[in-house]
Design a protein around this ligand. Structure first.
Ligand code: UDP
Length: 324
């Protein structure tokens, strides 16, 4: 029998490319799909020569078709940073809604199991802390993050509808802040922003007073959690993230120490609707998947810093957003 075959959307992105690596390693044939709006082919360059890997340059907001068998689908196509949503709000809405609908229909046609990438953003600026999966969230639908948050909430709703109505095998992962090699240096997220600033000899920009919290998960831990969820029989949303919570100010101080920069933290205005606190409750992941993160922030940040340092120095100065 031939290898099982998996379709990964957003394959040239940060998480998508790591998923491609993992499924190749597990012995699958992998079909990567990406419209390359925020993805970068360099993230999957090393896979292009493999006979187990194929790439489709396609926008999943349009009808999706791949000939042949497909056993699993992982839908990871979406802009995923606040700067991206501001620059490409309509595409963000479309990929989470129309794109998800297309992929659910495609999964049904292929009799495939589908896992969709949801996000801690479905909890908005949460009033429940840490966030459990049964919390419904506190989202501003018309704020700058609304295009992402509401698309992802719709994605969960339509995925559950396909599960209950069409008996499709579905999985929903709620991803909390994740970092690691292949993040885009200029995507505006706090980790590449701070490391980029340190490497360029600039001050590190803390938004607001830096008392807001996040909990950062190293990418390898996240990929392991997603792999286990896909292989489980659990159709309801599962949080995957690292519960180690830190304020953004303390995080900036860690980056200053790690990079040895002589620069300082400076304050910039806090963006609208920036969540004040975020930490996953991972009880479900522990109980259902036997999963918990293994890589400490110190270890993960070192690996990530080494990656950013290894990039050609001109990358550091590509500070303009890709859509400018
Ligand atoms: N942030 C910051 N400086 C930056 C970029 C982000 O202080 O240069 C803050 C941002 O306001 C937020 C946190 O870091 O409170 C995490 O931001 P990110 O965009 O990485 O992710 P998200 O807000 O989606 O969790």
């Amino acid at each position: 029998m031939s290898n099982k075959r998996v379709l990964i959307t957003g394959a040239a992105g940060f998480l998508g490319s790591h998923l491609c690596d993992r499924f190749i390693k597990e012995g699958y044939d992998v079909v990567g799909m990406d419209n390359l709006i925020t993805g970068d082919l360099r993230n999957i360059e090393h896979l292009m020569k493999l006979k187990e890997f194929e790439f489709y340059h396609h926008d999943v907001s349009k009808f999706v078709f791949v000939p042949g068998r497909i056993d699993y689908i992982l839908h990871f196509a979406s802009p995923a940073s606040p700067i991206d949503y501001l620059k490409i709000p309509i595409q963000t809405l479309k990929v989470g809604s129309l794109g998800t609908h297309n992929l659910l229909g495609f999964a049904k046609a292929k009799n495939a199991r589908i896992l969709v990438a949801s996000t801690s953003e479905v909890y908005g600026d949460p009033n429940v802390h840490p966030q459990t999966e049964d919390y419904w969230g506190n989202v501003n639908p018309i704020g700058p993050r609304g295009v992402y948050d509401e698309a992802k909430r719709f994605q969960e709703a339509i995925t559950m509808a396909y599960h209950t109505y069409h008996k499709l095998e579905t999985r929903i992962v709620r991803i909390f802040n994740t970092y690691g090699p292949r993040m885009r240096l200029n995507d505006g997220r706090v980790l590449p922003a701070f490391i980029g600033q340190a490497l360029r000899g600039e001050d590190l920009t803390v938004f607001g007073d830096g008392s807001q919290t996040r909990s950062f998960c190293y990418v390898d831990d996240l990929i392991e959690g997603i792999y286990r969820l896909l292989m489980s029989d659990y159709a309801y949303p599962v949080n995957i993230g690292n519960p180690a919570e830190i304020t953004i100010r303390e995080f900036g101080e860690e980056i200053i120490k790690l990079t040895g920069t002589s620069q300082e933290l400076i304050c910039k205005p806090l963006p609208q609707d920036d969540p004040k606190q975020r930490r996953p409750d991972i009880t479900k992941a522990r109980e259902i998947l036997g999963w918990e993160p293994k890589i400490s922030r110190a270890e993960g940040l070192k690996l990530t810093y080494d990656y950013f340092k290894s990039l050609p120095s001109e990358e550091l100065y590509k500070t303009a957003h890709r859509f400018e």
